[in-house]
Design a protein around this ligand. Structure first.
Ligand code: GSH
Length: 207
């Protein structure tokens, strides 16, 4: 009986989709999963989303095609405290880190991921990869600074972790893990890797 369940259109290794899937798993929200492939123009996605991108989340009358809005939508209720801290200032911090992950970390990693994903090794543009790695290192230093000696960025496991864990895992897969000297950040990442929400949503493949 799936009639009342929401539907999520997603691509397994898309970082925007992955963070949404981690959030849904953390909140124990069941949904119908419709997986799309890289480059596929799924007719439902094209019909539902003027931008044609994934993720798209459909829940009754709500059709949501922006990952951060999907996350705010599913947190708009009693489960909010599971992934958002209990003070306005800390909630803003978590939302800002979520935004940082999308708008700074994502673009920093683009050269690394796109170059290695799209081209044979012999024709990688090493300059693009090096520039991307430098930008990613700067993000990691900044994040390590924000994390300090804490277990989580904002008092508790939050939407910041959901967004950032996906980015770190993708960077790791494409050969740019956390440098040895950022030990606290490495512990944070290892703890995230052990969570059910992370393991159960780990992409089938990186394409
Ligand atoms: N701002 C959007 C970005 C989503 C996005 O860029 N998704 C990519 C996959 S990672 C996509 O669907 N690109 C178009 C395509 O693959 O055809 C969000 O946060 O949901």
């Amino acid at each position: 009986m799936n009639a009342a369940l929401p539907t999520l259109y997603f691509r397994s290794d898309c970082p925007f989709c992955w963070k949404v899937r981690i959030v849904l798993a953390e909140l124990d929200i069941q949904y119908v999963a419709v997986e799309t492939q890289l480059g596929e123009k799924h007719p439902d996605v094209l019909r539902l989303n003027p931008k044609g991108s994934v993720p798209v989340f459909v829940d009754g009358e709500a059709t949501i095609w922006e990952s951060s809005v999907i996350i705010e939508y599913v947190l708009d209720g009693p489960k909010r405290s599971l992934l958002l801290p209990n003070t306005p200032a800390k909630r803003s911090d978590a939302r800002l880190l979520h935004s940082y992950s999308d708008s700074v970390v994502g673009p920093a990693l683009r050269g690394l991921v796109f170059e290695k994903r799209s081209n044979a090794k012999e024709s990688w543009n090493l300059k693009f990869i090096a520039e991307s790695e430098t930008a990613w290192r700067a993000c990691q230093e900044q994040l390590a600074d924000w994390l300090g000696d804490k277990d989580y960025f904002c008092d508790q496991f939050s939407i910041a972790e959901c967004a950032l864990l996906a980015r770190f895992a993708i960077a790791d897969y494409y050969g740019s893990p956390i440098p040895k000297h950022l030990e606290r950040l490495e512990s944070w990442y290892s703890a995230g890797n052990r969570r059910h929400s992370f393991k159960s949503t780990f992409p089938d493949a990186f394409v």
